[in-house]
Write a protein that binds this ligand. Structure first.
Ligand code: APR
Ligand code: PHB
Length: 395
């Protein structure tokens, strides 16, 4: 089999790329190792920036997002028992974000691709990419028990953090920059209305907490927990009590979350990682295959979308004009945005979490920084601009 663009991975990056290429008249094949049900069930992030929403609408995946997505004009920061709201539109020239689960984005994109797109093979596990520096790179994969090859004009690794495509960039060229954090998130989904109509990011002596949502009747909540935590050690009651303690307000001691049945519980590691360059010969990396951010700034999905928007434009430009200029610029163009998001995610994470080795001095610095955001329009605008997403091409 031959295709113009071989896409490894059917997560948000691979699926959105396939749809953007379909719009531009460029053919592609998507190879995904898992089955469709697994890919559609996976619980991940839930905040979409304007550019991500625009891209989803442009590929025809905007209908359910527009009907069911929740538009958010701000977030609340809680620290020192106080609440401070950061208003996005007034600080960013009218920009805002959408709450719409990544798992729903994936369902919408899969449905479109299955209806009228190029091949999307589930259960297709890629073992290697060969010939990155030739004109005809080859993907080796196993599908329905048979070893197969797909020859391509270009290969895009959208295969996430544990993917195989990164290995196509020679070791002497590839460089990975990493940071791990000494804490994880315990995340739950609960059939309970959100306590508040916006997200709440809370700094507390007991550790970080985040109150998010999926719909007017479903809450998504997170607690900072030690690395290695077993979710089974956290009963539902213990989770709700801890969330209430970390989100407590001095001005309203009666304030509590609304409780309901917990339908899902899992522990997520926190990590920052960037692999450079994001292109070698005819092989490109996009999304989690190239970079990971801790979830505190809600940047992971949006960075993945930004990569494939830039890449689809470059591949379409190549196909319509023959010029490789934009493809040649891909890695540098993406990495500028990636490093900005890495910094923002690191900043949000380290400002809001309690490091187990943290001193009282460190805590006072965090509180001073949060106070600065609450009292200075400049400091809150810096947070707001990064949160809603810097416009593509300006970092
Ligand atoms: N062969 C085929 N498919 C593979 C292989 C392989 N060898 N290895 C991994 N995959 C598939 C995975 O099964 C997964 O569906 O690649 C896909 C990668 O998807 P994601 O991990 O969701 O990565 P991406 O599409 O870049 O999306 C980034 O996911 O983790 C979040 O915060 C992150 O929201 C961001 C988004
Ligand atoms: C989520 O709703 O899953 C979510 C929201 C904001 C974050 C991280 C996760 O920063």
């Amino acid at each position: 089999m031959h295709t113009t663009v071989g896409i490894i991975g059917g997560g948000p990056s691979g699926l959105l790329l396939a749809r953007l290429l379909h719009n531009a008249g460029v053919d592609s094949v998507v190879l995904e190792s898992r089955d469709r049900a697994y890919v559609e069930r996976r619980q991940r992030a839930g905040i979409l920036e304007q550019a991500t929403v625009d891209a989803l609408r442009a590929v025809g995946a905007g209908a359910r997002l527009d009907a069911e997505g929740l538009v958010h004009d701000g977030v609340e920061l809680r620290f020192d028992g106080r609440a401070h709201r950061v208003d996005f539109p007034s600080l960013t020239g009218g920009r805002r974000v959408w709450v719409y689960a990544q798992t729903e984005v994936v369902k919408d994109l899969v449905a479109l691709q299955v209806a009228d797109g190029g091949p999307l093979l589930f259960g297709a596990e890629v073992s290697a990419v060969e010939g990155a520096d030739t004109d005809r790179p080859v993907i080796r994969y196993t599908h329905e028990g048979r070893e197969q090859t797909l020859t391509c004009d270009y290969v895009v690794g959208c295969d996430g953090f544990h993917g195989v495509t990164r290995a196509a960039v020679p070791e002497g060229v590839r460089r990975t920059y990493e940071r791990t954090y000494p804490y994880s998130w315990l995340g739950i989904l609960a059939e309970a209305p959100p306590a508040y109509d916006e997200l709440i990011y809370a700094h507390s002596e007991r550790g970080f907490a985040l109150a998010s949502m999926r719909s007017p009747s479903v809450s998504r909540l997170y607690l900072q927990v030690p690395n290695g935590t077993d979710p089974a050690d956290w009963s539902d009651e213990r989770i709700w009590d801890e969330l209430d303690a970390r989100l407590a307000l001095a001005s309203d001691p009666q304030w509590r979350l609304k409780r309901g049945p917990v339908t899902q519980k899992s522990v997520l590691p926190m990590r920052s990682s960037v692999t450079e360059p994001m292109r070698w010969g005819r092989v490109f990396l996009a999304g989690d295959a190239a970079h990971i951010v801790p979830p505190t700034g809600a940047k992971g999905l949006n960075l993945a979308a930004a990569d494939v928007i830039v890449l689809a434009r470059a591949l379409a430009h190549r196909s319509s004009t023959g010029s490789a200029e934009l493809l040649d610029a891909y890695s540098d163009t993406c990495l500028r945005r990636v490093w900005r998001a890495e910094h923002f995610s690191y900043f949000m994470t380290t400002t809001l979490h309690t490091d187990p080795g943290q001193s009282a001095f460190d805590t006072r610095l965090q509180l001073s920084q949060l106070e600065r955001i609450a009292s200075s329009p400049h400091a809150s605008a810096e947070l707001a601009e990064n949160y809603v997403g810097l416009p593509l091409g300006r970092h």
